[in-house]
Each structure stands twice: as C-alpha cells, then as structure tokens.
Ligand binder design. Structure first.
Ligand code: CAA
Length: 240
C-alpha cells in the first residue's frame, strides 16, 4: 500500500480528477464529500476509492473524520484541501450568509482539513500539503468578493505553513486553477461563461486532469524543495 492521501471534495470536479490521479500513482486515497451520496457511491463503484462524508466547514466533524481515515488506512501523508463552494453575487447584493458560507467552507475548511493532520506530519517528519486556490484569489472577480477573499487567504496559509513545516520535511503549496470545465464553472450563466472563455488566450476551459497532474507532482518526492509556491494553470488568462 502506498502513502495515504486525503482529498476533500474528492468525488466531483477537480477533486475527482485528483483522487483518481493519486490512486493511479499508487497512493491509498480517501476522498471526502459533503452531501451527494449518490455521486459518492457511483465514484467508489467506478474507482474503488473509499469515500468519507463530512462537512469541511465543521472542525469537530473534520477531526473525527480524519481520525477515522487514519484508523482505516493509516497516517495521512498527503492532504489536498480542495473542497470549495461559490455563492456569487455583486457585493451590493451579497448577503452576510453568502459571505459566511463561503468563508466557513473555503477558508476555515482549509484550516479544519490541515490542522488535524499537521501534528502527525511533524512527528513523522514528512508531509505534503496542497491547497486548491483559484485564479480569482490572484486577480479578484466581479461577483466573488467572498470567494476571492478565501482563495487569496489560501495563499497566505500555504506561505506560512511552508515556513513552519520546512524543517519537519513538510511542504505546503497552492495550485491556482483558472476556469476549468467542472460543474462549478458550467453553473455560470452561459452568456457570461462564453465571455470569460473569450478572455482566455488558450481559447478554452482547462480540464480537471490538467490540475490533477500538478497535484501529483507536488505530492511526489521530486517536489521536496518546492515549498510555499503557487502554481497557476489558467491558459494564460492571468499572470502574477
Ligand atoms: N465587470 C464589470 N461589470 C460587470 C461584470 C464584470 N466582470 N460582470 C457583470 N458586470 C455588470 C453587468 O454588465 C451588469 O451591468 P448593467 O446592469 O449595467 O447591464 C451588472 O454588472 C450586473 O451583472 P449581471 O446581470 O451579471 O448581474 P447578476 O446579478 O445577474 O449576476 C453574477 C451577478 C452572479 C456575479 C454574474 O455576473 C456571474 O455569474 N458572474 C461570473 C462570476 C464568476 O466568474 N464566477 C466564477 C465561478 S467558477 C469559480 O469560481 C471557479 C474558479 O475558481 C475560477
């Protein structure tokens, strides 16, 4: 059995591609999901990857879920904080609930996912922390004050964790996908989405597998000196 990898939001979208890619690399993967039992079952039937249901926004549920994964599969050595949601609205119409839901899931959820696995990584002197941020954390986005704040916050998390973990053999890096062909992007109004695609020099959306391959590399031993970095994959839509 290979190293154990935890992927939050690992049964759909970019997370699904990451779970599959890590399994193909020989990792023992645990994929979490928040609500869609039917999709999770279909995912396990198709891939043989074990799924766990908890809400990343809930610290106690995350800690208990992670303890269960470790009891079932062994110590988590790779953690991919991928779970995320959107509640898009122009700022003047954004409700405090829309703000809070996104902060709780996309930012506090990243804390909740990494914090319970961090002590074990420090003890074992090895860990790979990979956070899925977004192009919109780098450039901001009309209608995404909440989401952009969380995705920019992810970059602060990995830059800080990188410094804290480096001596303990732990790396922490972020991936910033651009617009990728997932349900989340397909949920954008078609006219708006077409305009967005026009603004991508590559002339197309990215594929989830194009993000998953970056994660596989960051998880590998070869990436040991890459720490605190942000890797963008956005078809030349935006440069930092
Ligand atoms: N820049 C400037 N003005 C803009 C604008 C933009 N990017 N987008 C819209 N506007 C303007 C519109 O032209 C319109 O102006 P008028 O009233 O003068 O015509 C006004 O703002 C209102 O726009 P909408 O009609 O679109 O407003 P809405 O309330 O119906 O919808 C919205 C608002 C939900 C935010 C919608 O604009 C939208 O979905 N935008 C896309 C947001 C986006 O990119 N989300 C990414 C989701 S995927 C993801 O998050 C994954 C990832 O990491 C990349």
């Amino acid at each position: 059995m290979g190293r154990v990898a935890l992927v939050t939001g690992g049964t759909r979208g970019i997370g699904e591609a990451i779970s599959k890619a890590l399994k193909a690399e020989g990792y023992t993967v645990a994929a979490t999901y928040a609500g869609n039992d039917e999709k999770a079952k279909a995912f396990t039937d198709a891939t043989g990857i074990k799924t766990y249901k908890w809400n990343a926004a809930d610290y106690d549920a995350s800690a208990a879920g992670i303890a269960q994964v470790e009891a079932d599969l062994g110590p988590i050595e790779v953690v991919v904080a991928n779970a995320g949601i959107t509640r898009d609205a122009p700022f003047h119409r954004m409700s405090p609930e829309q703000w809070k839901e996104v902060i709780d899931t996309n930012l506090t959820g990243v804390f909740n996912t990494i914090h319970p696995v961090w002590p074990g990584m420090r003890e074992r002197k090895f860990g790979r922390v990979i956070v899925i941020s977004s192009i919109n954390g780098q450039k901001g986005q009309f209608g995404q004050v909440n989401y952009a704040a969380t995705k920019a916050g992810d970059l602060g998390i990995v830059k800080s964790l990188a410094q804290e973990g480096a001596r303990a053999g732990i790396t922490a890096n972020a991936v910033c996908p651009g617009y990728i062909a997932t349900e989340m992007v397909m949920a954008i109004d078609e006219g708006i989405r077409d305009k967005i695609i026009t603004g991508i020099p590559a002339g197309r959306l990215g594929e989830p597998e194009e993000i998953a391959r970056i994660v596989s590399f960051l998880a590998s031993d070869d990436a040991g000196f890459i720490n605190g970095s942000t890797i963008s994959a956005n078809g030349a839509q935006f440069f930092v």
